[in-house]
Design a protein around this ligand. Sequence first.
Ligand SMILES: C[S@@+](CC[C@H](N)C(=O)[O-])C[C@H]1O[C@@H](n2cnc3c(N)ncnc32)[C@H](O)[C@@H]1O
Length: 253
Amino acid sequence: MESKQPSFIDLLLETHIGLERQGPGSPETMKQALGFLGSLKQFEQIADLGCGSGGQTMLLAEYLPGVITGLDMFPDFIARLMEKAKSKGLEGRINGIVGNMEDLPFRKNSFDLIWSEGAIDNIGFEKGLRYWHDFLKNDGYVAVTCPSWITKEHPPIVEQFWSDAGSHIDPVEKNIEIMQNSGYKFIASFILPEECWTDNYFFPRESAIQKLMLKYPQSDNMKKYAEMNRHEVELFLKYKQHYGYVFYIGQAI
Ligand SMILES: C[S@@+](CC[C@H](N)C(=O)[O-])C[C@H]1O[C@@H](n2cnc3c(N)ncnc32)[C@H](O)[C@@H]1O
């Protein structure tokens, strides 16, 4: 039991650092997205932006032949990614970089593929796509997941949740149009299945939160943090027919 009051960022990091993923997704949806790209054998340089602790970065290294550069703003996540890479003998093929997705420390025309799961909405779908475009080689691909409306009904409580989280949620058709107007040929989009949220993210996250509640039993921040996370789960279970994470795949033109 600890007496210090953890901040929300402490709690966010402590909850997520040991999880396989820091957001909804799965190996199956990754493979589905990769299936829309051209010959994977030709991919030499891949960036994974907002990679978190690198669950999907490690899989990219398994599925693709090239060098994968994972970038995230949190040094603890990048340190964890590099521990995993070393434990699999992949430190020569995986680079971990602490950085900002809005100010990339890369040369232009560097990447065959920019991958990003659950992160682009933090800087804005359109802003991210437009800015990242120049870092792709000619004909390079982008594959990103982004929370999106999947019906015409947009419950205000869900809109409010994403806005409070510093994000924004648009209909799939609008995001496809944005992609087409941002220098890409639209290749495909598909909705991530429910278990990407529940089994692969919410359930492990809730177990981690329960352990943290034992560590910080007196903390008001801990209680608020746990409530906020449960609110997110309740919203999803109630309104999941209206929104979801959508994979968008495009090719730079
Ligand atoms: C929802 S998590 C997804 C992590 C991982 N891609 C996954 O799917 O498990 C979003 C990640 O984006 C990172 N992030 C958010 N804004 C960022 C920024 N401006 N620059 C770099 N990383 C950022 C966060 O630190 C976090 O690790």
